[in-house]
Design a protein around this ligand. Structure first.
Ligand SMILES: N[C@@H](CCC(=O)N[C@@H](CS)C(=O)NCC(=O)O)C(=O)O
Length: 212
């Protein structure tokens, strides 16, 4: 059994979507980051960086923070949702792109554009420009493909699951998704998956999945 410590955010949803796709039993623990629960001493023992998501895998004794690492761990444990051979590295390459680019940069867009508009014109412009650049990169990668990494037109993998929850906040980012046709088609394709719809509502319902 796996304990999942999470909240209703893109990084949290990455892992709940993967656990739903895997169909393995897990127990959800809500860490309300708006209530500073991520700073509780007991949570610090599980997630030394005071951030969600984190897991405790009681089958193996592994305790882990960092969503990218958790996704690699689970995909290796269950031998699913990671392409084989050379495409494994393509999947990891684009997973790292999400971890280093999409996550931190779109997180800043949420901070300045959604929650603090007017406080720093420079920051709003800088992170919006960066968001548009990252959406363009993803749009080019998805040209002629169904999924980000993998053989042929791509295989649905942890890489898609890591990027998708950040794109699901396109309205927060004031991104016109129709401007990025390949991203939009990919986004809707993944939004259609029952496991994604379940994982999106962990640890609780906030809204339906936004659709363009
Ligand atoms: N690189 C980390 C980032 C985790 C992260 O930033 N989590 C946010 C929610 S999406 C959080 O816990 N924020 C709490 C805080 O800022 O205090 C990961 O991918 O797991």
């Amino acid at each position: 059994m796996i304990d999942l410590y999470t909240w209703t955010t893109p990084n949290g949803r990455k892992v709940s979507i993967l656990l739903e796709e895997l169909g393995v039993p897990y127990k959800v623990h809500s860490i309300d980051i708006s209530n500073k629960e991520q700073f509780a001493p007991d949570f610090l023992k599980i997630s030394p960086n005071n951030r969600i998501p984190a897991i405790v895998d009681h089958d193996t004794g592994v305790t882990m923070m960092e969503s990218g690492s958790i996704m690699l761990y689970l995909s290796e444990k269950y031998k699913r949702f990671i392409p084989h051979g050379e495409h494994k590295w393509e999947a990891i390459e684009w997973l790292m792109w999400q971890m280093g680019g999409i996550g931190p940069m779109l997180g800043q867009v949420h901070h300045f554009v959604k929650y603090n508009p007017g406080k720093s014109e420079y920051s709003e412009e800088r992170y919006t420009t960066e968001a548009l650049r990252l959406y363009s990169v993803l749009d080019r990668k998805l040209e002629g493909r169904k999924f980000v990494a993998g053989a042929g037109a791509g295989e649905y993998s942890i890489t898609d699951m890591a990027i998708w929850p950040w794109i699901s906040r396109f309205d927060w980012q004031k991104i016109e998704l129709n401007q990025f046709k390949n991203v939009k088609d990919w986004y809707v394709r993944i939004a259609d998956r029952p496991a994604v719809q379940r994982g999106y509502q962990i640890p609780k319902f906030v809204t339906e999945i936004p659709l363009p």
